[in-house]
Structures are given as C-alpha cells and as structure tokens.
Design a protein around this ligand. Structure first.
Ligand code: PLP
Length: 392
C-alpha cells in the first residue's frame, strides 16, 4: 500500500489543483457572462482581473496572461528586439523549454554552468552579455545577475518565492515568466503569465501577443501605424477564471509546504552521507533536496523510497549539455535555422566541461512536500520518510 493510498490524498506539491465545484465561482461567472474571449466582455474581463490581481500579489508593475510559460519566455525575448542569431545565456540545468523558447525565437542558447545550489553561475558570464535567462528551479530563488540589459527570470517552478531582499521572483529583472501547467505550483492545466516593470516592453508584448494589434476591448483589432507582426497568445476567460480561483489558494499552499518542510527538517537526522540541503527562507518549499555521498547511495534511496510508495525524483533530466536538441543542434528548418546563425565552437561556459555539475546531479535526490495534508498526516509522512531513509 502506498503512502498516497493510505492517506487518501496526493503526496505531491504539484497538481494540487483545489478543483472543487463548490470553489469555482469565477468559472461560473465566466460561463454566466456567456463570453469566453477576453476582449469581448463589457466589464473588466476575468483575464484583466487576473492580471491586476497578480500585479498586486507579486508587486509587479505590468502583467500579461498568455498560453504557457514557454510562450511567455519567447515573448520576453522577442520584446527585447534582438538580432536573429543573438546569443542568450541560459542555465545548463533547467527544463528544455528554456532552450526551445530561445531557439524558436531565432536566437542561440549558450549553456552556463551552475553553482552548488544548481543556479546559473553569473561569474561565468562574459562582460558584454546582453541577454540571460535565470531559472528558479524547484521553488529555489536563484540569484538575479545585475548590470545585464535583459535578464529574464523563469519562475515556472517558483510562483510565490521571494529573493533575499523580499521581492518576489519575476520582478527583479527585465521580465519574469510563470507557468500554470499541471506540474507547477498552481495549475489551470496549461497557462502562462509574463510580468515586467517596463511599460514600453509591456506594450510591445501585448501587441505581439495579439497579432500586433492595439486592441480596444469590444472592437475588431485595431492597428497602429507602427504595428509589427505578431502571433495569437491571447488567453481565454475560462482559463483566467480557473487561475483566479487557484490564486486564492496560494498563501494557504505556501504555508502548507512551509509547515511540512519545518516538520521534516526537525525530524530528519543530521547525516553527512545523506544530507538534507537547507533551503532559503524565501524559497517555495516544493521539496526536500538531499545530497548523497555517492551515486550508489542516491540510487539505493530512490529504490527504497519507491518501494514504499514515497514519491521522489532526480534532476538528471535537466542537464541540458546532454540534451539531444543541443548536442545535435536539431531544427525542423531545412537550413538548420537558427543554429545556422550560431558562431563556430562550443556554445557553453563551464570551467570543467560540466563534470562537477554532472556529479552533483548524480548525487541529488528530491522528495516532494505536500501542501494538502492535515497536520497528523504530515507527521505520519515525515515519520515514514525517516524510517525508510534509515534503511539505506
Ligand atoms: C514547466 C517549465 C517551463 C515551461 O512551462 P509551460 O507552461 O509548460 O510552457 C519552463 N521552464 C521551466 C523551468 C519549467 O519547469
């Protein structure tokens, strides 16, 4: 019997959907309006309400709802008006969507090695760096480098996390991007948000996301004389309604994770061979991160946890220097665009060819924390975890 079955609840932070008809009044409202297109509503649309609400909650000046975080990343990059083939520095350890967003924008990703905390090591960036994406992985707020014109914060895995100075992740750089995919802090199945402090950038993003138009709600798209081409990344009222509903639970979710984390940190023994890494105060406590003495010990822990039905994951999947799209410079374009524009030589910055990072990932193990458990169940979950780890 797995822990999940025994507790009758999910023991996962992600996909904690709070989906319950009694709680879905924004969705009922959207259906009641009889209009699911955000620019067809008479009053403030649910999408605009969501953007306003997120701006207040995160302390962001401007917010734009889009289809997903990958599109938000692309939009952030394109709005900075790069040359095609321009370099974008990205972390060597992150989800491949980051590289995909760079490439599909006609830009070239350069993989930058990470530090012990698995955050992009800004000391490796060349002084003339123009564009960098930092990723706040697994709820951990990564440092946001200064003095670079376009820093995009990928907050797909870190909605609600704060930087050491108290600002929310996503609000410190040129732009921040968020995901509402099923496997994220809050979810509407799919969904994305883009935030920026720059009003001109926001206007550019808004135009591009709606066919290059300067849309006035209720009217056929209107075009400015200086309009540029765009795409359609406009969100729907139904999705915005679910996101508004999800946002109502953000504080409760963050508190639940915090409590589970505190209990675990208090109960797990201090072991040097299987160390729980401390998390910063501002992190979203999505998981416990363990650093093992050896890969063998890590693999033994994975086997034991899995056998007892305790969810866990490793991070090797995020090692982009080994991803086939990057190693093979793959593209659907006949001429290999945009790789065809890439400079010769390796597109990577690492002191040791990513050897230390590979070793760190091989010895890292994550055990998710759950925002949804009752106090009693949290105590039971921590106790079970402790007992299982004692066997390895
Ligand atoms: C999930 C994820 C994305 C992509 O988000 P989507 O909304 O699924 O497009 C980007 N970056 C990171 C780090 C992610 O985890």
């Amino acid at each position: 019997m797995t822990l999940r079955n025994r507790l009758g609840q999910r023991f996962l932070p992600y996909g904690a959907n709070y989906l319950d008809w009694h709680d879905m009044h924004e969705l009922r409202e959207a259906i009641g309006h009889g209009v699911l297109f955000r620019y067809q509503t008479e009053d403030e649309s649910l999408a605009s309400r969501l953007e306003r609400h997120v701006a207040e909650r995160l302390g962001a000046a401007h917010v734009l709802a889009v289809h997903n975080c990958t599109e938000a990343l692309r939009l952030a990059l394109i709005s900075s008006r790069p040359r095609t083939g321009a370099l974008v520095h990205i972390p060597a350890v992150t989800f491949v969507a980051v590289a995909g967003a760079v490439l599909s924008s006609g830009l070239i990703p350069v993989l930058v090695d990470v530090d012990e905390s698995l955050a992009l090591d800004a000391t490796l960036l060349p002084p003339d760096t123009e564009r960098v994406i930092v990723a706040h992985m697994e709820g951990a707020a990564a440092p946001v480098p200064e003095g670079i014109p376009y820093v995009v914060e990928d907050c797909a895995q870190a909605l609600g996390a704060r930087l050491p100075d108290g600002r929310h992740v996503g609000t410190a750089g040129y732009a921040g991007t968020f995901s509402f995919h099923h496997n994220k802090v809050l979810t509407s199945g799919e969904g994305g948000l883009l935030v920026t402090g720059d009003p001109a950038a926001w206007a550019t993003m808004r135009g591009y996301h709606d066919h290059g138009s300067a849309r006035v709600p209720g009217r056929y798209p209107t075009w400015n004389p200086d309009a540029h081409y765009g795409e359609n990344l406009v969100t729907s009222e139904g999705v915005a309604a679910v996101q508004l509903q999800q946002f109502r639970h953000l504080d409760e979710l963050l508190d639940g994770l915090e409590r589970h984390h505190d209990l675990a940190m208090g109960a797990l023994p201090a072991r040097t061979d299987l160390q729980v890494l401390p998390r910063a105060a501002g992190d979203v406590k999505i998981s416990l991160r363990f650093r093992c003495e050896s890969r063998e010990l890590r693999d033994a822990a994975v086997t034991a946890l899995t056998a007892h039905g305790i969810a866990n994951w490793t991070l090797g999947k995020y090692l982009l220097p080994e991803h086939p799209v990057l190693t093979g410079r793959r593209s659907l374009y006949a001429d290999g665009f945009p790789w065809s524009l890439a400079p010769d030589g390796p597109l990577a910055l690492s002191r040791d060819g990513f050897a230390r990072t590979r070793d760190l990932l091989d010895r890292t193990l994550c055990v998710p924390l759950s925002p949804e458990l009752s106090e009693q169940d949290r105590i039971l979950a921590v106790k079970t975890l402790r007992q299982v780890l004692e066997t390895v």
